[in-house]
Structure formats: C-alpha cells, structure tokens
Ligand binder design. Structure first.
Ligand code: PLP
Length: 451
C-alpha cells in the first residue's frame, strides 16, 4: 500500500510542477524537491498523500481559527449557493448575506467601527485602505495629506499597493516597489534590534521613529500610519508594552489616521476579537481577512470608523470595488464562522484557558540550548534559534537553521513556520491541551535534530 501512496504522490507532484507556479516559492527548486501534497484535514490535523497525519501549528496560513471540518460552514455555503450563489453589490443592489455580515461585523468590532467595505483578501483590503485614506483627506480639502507611513518588515499583502505598504525588501526588489507616497520606519523588534536598551525604552524609541518621520515630512503631508498589532509574517514581533500608547499619543497630536491591519490578529488570535482590543486601540480602519471565514472561503472586509465613513458618504462616488465585494456565499460562510466563534466561546477560551496553557508550555522551549528567546500572545508565538544565547549570535544570516528546523518539524508531523531563524506557531484556536503537549514535544525533538 505504501508503494501505491508513493506512486500517486509522485504523479501528482510531477503534474503539479508542469502547470502550477507556486506563490512565494523558488519554483525550480520546488520542482526538484516535490511539493508536499495535502489531501484532507480534520480538527487541527492535516493528512498528506503519503498517509501522514500532521499537526497544523499554523492554522493553514494563520486562518483556520475554528479548525478543519466544520459541517456548519459547508451547510451555510451549500444553502447560499442554492439560494443566490452570486450577485454584486454595485449599481444600487445588495443582498441579505452582505447586509447581515456588515451588521455582525459592526457589532463585534470596536465601538466606533460600524461600516464594512468588502473585498476578497487581506491585500485587497489594504489596497482599499490606501485609496480610501487618500480620498478622505482630499474630500476634507487637505489634498497634500497623502503619505502613508508603514514599518520595515511589515507584511500587508502581495498586490502592488499591499507589497508597497509592506516593508519586505525582497518583495520591493521585484516590480519596482514601493509605489510613491509610502515610507517605512523602524519596527519594534526588541530582541533583534533593541541593542542595549531595556525593552520599555526601546518601545518608546521605536515609536518616536514615527514622530521623527512625521516631523521630517511635515504633518500636513502625512495621511495615515498602517501597522499590524503584532507583526505576523515578519516573525511574530510583539511590541514592548510602551510602544502602542506612545504611537497613540503621536497620531492624536498630528491628526493622522490609524490603520490596523488585523488580517492575522483579527478573530481571536490574541485571545480577543481583535488586536485593537488587546492593545486598547481605536483605529480609523481595520483590515480583516483570513479568520473572518476561518479560511473556508476567500473574504476580506475593511472596517471603517464613523468619522471616516461620514466623509466617504458625503463626498460623491468612491471609484473602487471588486466583482466579489460582499460575495454572498463567502459572506454566508463568514456569518456561520462568527456564529461558531461566539456560540462556543472559542475566543474567550483562547484568552483564559488554551492561550495561557500554550504560552506556558511554549516558554519551556527557552530552556533548549538553541533557543535565544520565546515570546507570544494569546494563540500566537515565536522562538529565536541562535548559536550563542548571551551574544544573541545566529548560525548565519540565511535562515539555514530555521529551514532545517521547519523541515524536521514537518517530518515529525508538525507544521511550524520559519522566518529566517525565527520559528512561529499560530495553531487553530480550538487546539486542545493534549494537542498543545504534542506540539511542544515535536518542536523540542525538531530543535534537537537541528542542533
Ligand atoms: N496583512 C497581513 C497582516 C497578512 O498577514 C496578510 C497575509 O498573510 C495580508 C495582509 C494579505 O492577505 P492576503 O494574502 O489574503 O491578500
């Protein structure tokens, strides 16, 4: 039987590489190695084409918050497809799922965020934000307030605007990015960039980079600051406690809009509905995607504050939108997903039980000789692989150790992600205590093999 599995996998791999170009991949190298074929999933486990069972420590791409295999979402999609599989929300039309989802999002989002603009992805959300922010200031007759400040090593998506807002240099190098009017400041990455400063002082220092940038551009030129509450793809960078309060102070002082990119943090990742709740922020925009449907269908939403929505509503046509804005089937699935999160108290459980347990067990990995730091919040965590703990020296600057560790994890039946030598987990929120134990055991074993 093993032989049959192997043969089937090899055929799938060969056909895959003939016709399929993968995102964020070296497609040549991947064709040599052969992509892993994932065939089904249930709960927190994936099953590959060789019959292996793998604990999904990343919830897909940080999105399968309620876990795999929930029939309620299948039923919601089926019923909606029978009723009205598609219709648009352009040209003076709407439909019940879009209305209900906008209402539901207004209910769960922070108090003043009561208006949803629908998209199909996180990238499209940030494209929308870029245009809406600039349109807002133009409509307020401050047309020079157009620059958006972001951070180095931020991830805001892969479209031209998303990648430009993001601070990933390898992305900027392809396609002549960023587009004009976007600048990137220091990130609040204390372990990697804090030098000799204590964390609290470094938090203030990193936040002041925003003020310096505003002053150097002129406050009448700066439209908005965009940031993830916790940088995800950049390596789960959890800002020091002093960071967000200082950012808040600066933004208020210079009348600059705050955009929270909640694509990862939204829908319970921090043990709260949104990262903005976790850090007590009142943003003008929130970009939502991923966990909004637990990844079962593509959907995004930009939540817009009353203050901004008022201006958008009274300034004529906003020339922006997508064929799938408010897609009825995706919206119905999002509603079913949010209902599960609410009815089963999944986020509350992540905040009070599973999250604290995950963080406690994860911090035990700090005792491993290869681990320089562990950090985390709610249901997301990271650790730094280093060769020397006291000097924080890495093995190299190519992320070799991280890649090795990630591959060992996979072979041991665990998905962990590597960003350079930073190892990351972001499991489904519904992971059990026993499954957390399994995750830690497999992580430890994989670190041993990396050493
Ligand atoms: N913003 C953040 C914070 C993300 O983590 C991501 C994806 O990982 C995106 C935006 C882009 O979302 P999408 O891949 O759905 O376009």
């Amino acid at each position: 039987e093993l032989c049959r599995f192997k043969q089937r996998t090899e055929t799938l791999q060969a056909n895959n590489h003939k016709h399929h170009l993968h995102p964020f991949s070296d497609n040549g190298a991947l064709a040599q190695e052969g992509a892993r074929v994932i065939e089904k999933a249930q709960g927190v486990y994936l099953y590959d084409s060789n019959g292996n069972k793998i604990l999904d420590g990343m919830a897909g791409l940080w999105c399968v918050n309620i876990g795999y295999g929930r029939q309620e979402l299948v039923d919601a999609a089926t019923q909606q497809m029978q009723q009205l599989p598609y219709y648009n929300t352009f040209f003076k039309t709407t439909h019940p799922p879009a209305v209900r989802l906008a209402e539901k999002l207004a209910e769960i989002a922070p108090e003043h965020l009561n208006h949803a603009f629908f998209t199909s992805s996180g990238s499209e959300c940030n494209d929308t934000v870029l245009r809406m922010v600039r349109h807002y200031w133009a409509a307020k007759e401050q047309p020079d307030k157009q620059v958006i400040i972001s951070r180095k090593n931020a991830y805001h998506g892969s479209t031209v605007a998303g990648a430009s807002l993001g601070g990933m240099t390898p992305m900027h190098k392809q396609g002549q990015l960023p587009i004009p009017g976007i600048v990137h400041i220091q990130q609040p990455y204390w372990y990697g960039e804090g030098g000799n400063l204590p964390a609290d002082e470094f938090g203030i220092h990193a936040a002041r980079a925003l003020e310096e940038q505003i002053l150097s551009l002129g406050e009448d030129k700066v439209a908005a600051f965009i940031a993830e509450p916790i940088q995800g793809a950049g390596g789960v960078i959890i800002p020091p406690d002093t960071y967000w309060p200082e950012i808040k102070r600066i933004l208020a002082k210079y009348d600059i809009l705050l955009v929270m990119d909640e694509v990862i943090c939204g829908f319970g990742r921090t043990g709260h509905w949104f990262g903005s709740n976790y850090y007590d922020l009142q943003p003008d925009f929130m970009s939502l995607a991923k966990g909004i449907t637990s990844g079962y269908l593509p959907l995004g939403a930009v939540m817009v504050s009353d203050k901004v929505a008022e201006v958008i509503r009274t300034s004529g046509e906003f020339n922006h939108g997508f064929t799938y804005s408010g897609h009825p089937t995706a919206a119905a699935v999002a509603l079913a997903n949010i209902e599960i999160l609410q009815n089963e108290g999944i986020i509350e459980k992540a905040r009070t039980i599973t999250g604290p347990y995950l963080q406690q067990r994860w911090s035990e990995l700090a005792a491993h000789p290869l681990v320089g730091e562990t950090r985390g919040a709610g249901m997301v965590a990271a650790l730094e692989i280093i060769s020397d703990k006291t000097s924080r020296t890495r093995f190299d600057d190519k992320g070799t150790a991280g890649t090795l560790c990630r591959d060992f994890c996979f072979n041991n039946g665990l998905v962990m992600r590597a960003v350079g030598d930073t190892m990351i987990i972001s499991p489904p929120l519904v992971i059990s205590g026993q499954e957390i134990d399994e995750l830690i055991e497999k992580a430890w074993k994989s670190l041993d093999q990396t050493a």
